[in-house]
Design a protein around this ligand. Sequence first.
Ligand SMILES: O=C(O)C1=C[C@@H](OP(=O)(O)O)[C@@H](O)[C@H](O)C1
Ligand SMILES: C=C(OP(=O)(O)O)C(=O)O
Length: 430
Amino acid sequence: MEHNLDLAPIARVNGTVALPGSKSISNRTLLLAALAKGSTTVKGLLAADDIHYMLEALKALGIQWEQQGDSRDFIVHGAAGVFPVKAAELFLGNAGTAFRPLTAALALSQGHYTLSGVARMHERPIGDLVNALREAGALIECTGVEGYPPLAIKPASYNGQTIKVKGNVSSQFLTALLMALPLTGEAVTIDVIGELISKPYIDITLKLMAKFGVQVEQNGWSRFTIAAKQSYQSPGEIDVEGDASSASYFLAAGAIGGGKVRVTGMGADSIQGDKHFAEALALMGAEITWGSNYIEAAPPASGQLMGIDADMNHIPDAAMTLAIAALFAQGPTTLRNIASWRVKETDRLSAMATELRKVGAIVVEGEDFITITPPDALIANAEIDTYDDHRMAMCFSLVAVTGVAVRINDPQCTAKTFPTYFTELAKISV
Ligand SMILES: O=C(O)C1=C[C@@H](OP(=O)(O)O)[C@@H](O)[C@H](O)C1
Ligand SMILES: C=C(OP(=O)(O)O)C(=O)O
């Protein structure tokens, strides 16, 4: 089903948005709860495609879980490190946070498993994770193109005391190893080869593992050591924070759109790196107010956002939102160190450059950076393609917040992480 959404100019935004659950925390928590001893109540789970794929995969692997009525609270009955089902075919859409961690956990699970996804998932690299696991004895076949999904996993004896993994394509490979390796019960050291990208996502992984009773000794960003004989134990109950990447659209709307916008469900105490998006917005001049469980954004006192030149490696998802805020800033904005954009839901560097030009921006697309010079006046009624990328749809909706009409093609792609996005945007549009 493809259609488009015409967004009329939004004169002003104002109000509060209760954020949906964090994608990164939801999928990690589900997997850890499934691998733990005991039952875990997961409160405030995100309702979106990426989490649906993880839930269905866990069910196919024999993990029992129940939703509590119509709420977003789920009880997951952990299987103490062993998936009960020893042969399964899993379909994981385009959910990196399901695909990568499940690959590692299943490679250590002594069964026959296949993992596949949508066409784009089969273009997203996974070779660095597959090779790290193979060196430790895992039997994993790339059944299409080497280095990419789909994957077929067979039972194998595992023998890795030291595992090396490259860190420069996706941090999800290290996250996957960290979450899975305690299943072996052996002491293991993970060495990260080369620069690690997207570091704050590793913090989320380690903090959630600790909640489930597994400690990792961290030596900078290059060595992680897991002591022997640790196993996941249910913490009883876990609250999923609001999604900090989803927050970025509303905070940017507040900075651009003439009113105050507050997001609740995560704030200064959040374990998500994307909370730092608010600092980048402050650098552009926005008025930001932090609470322990909320962030609020309003336009600069001067009324004019300023362009910035900044490294965005720590917040690759929320950084896309800054590319749109740049349209309303004075002077150019350069977002650097974002090569990973090319291997996400689409080639985001190329997609962003193409669509920003449609609204009149002058854009330089580098291998790992983008420079956006805003036009004097945005072109109205641009027809924005979204490339099956939820973040492209959510980002470009903000064009309407400056009072310029815009058409968003295939807006339903927000279902990956935020199916109710456009309803929430309408609620703060006044
Ligand atoms: O671990 C995670 O939850 C994520 C890590 C990031 O990916 P990379 O490490 O591939 O940059 C991010 O873009 C993705 O949306 C979620
Ligand atoms: C990169 C993203 O997703 P994934 O978890 O599939 O990598 C994203 O949500 O922007």
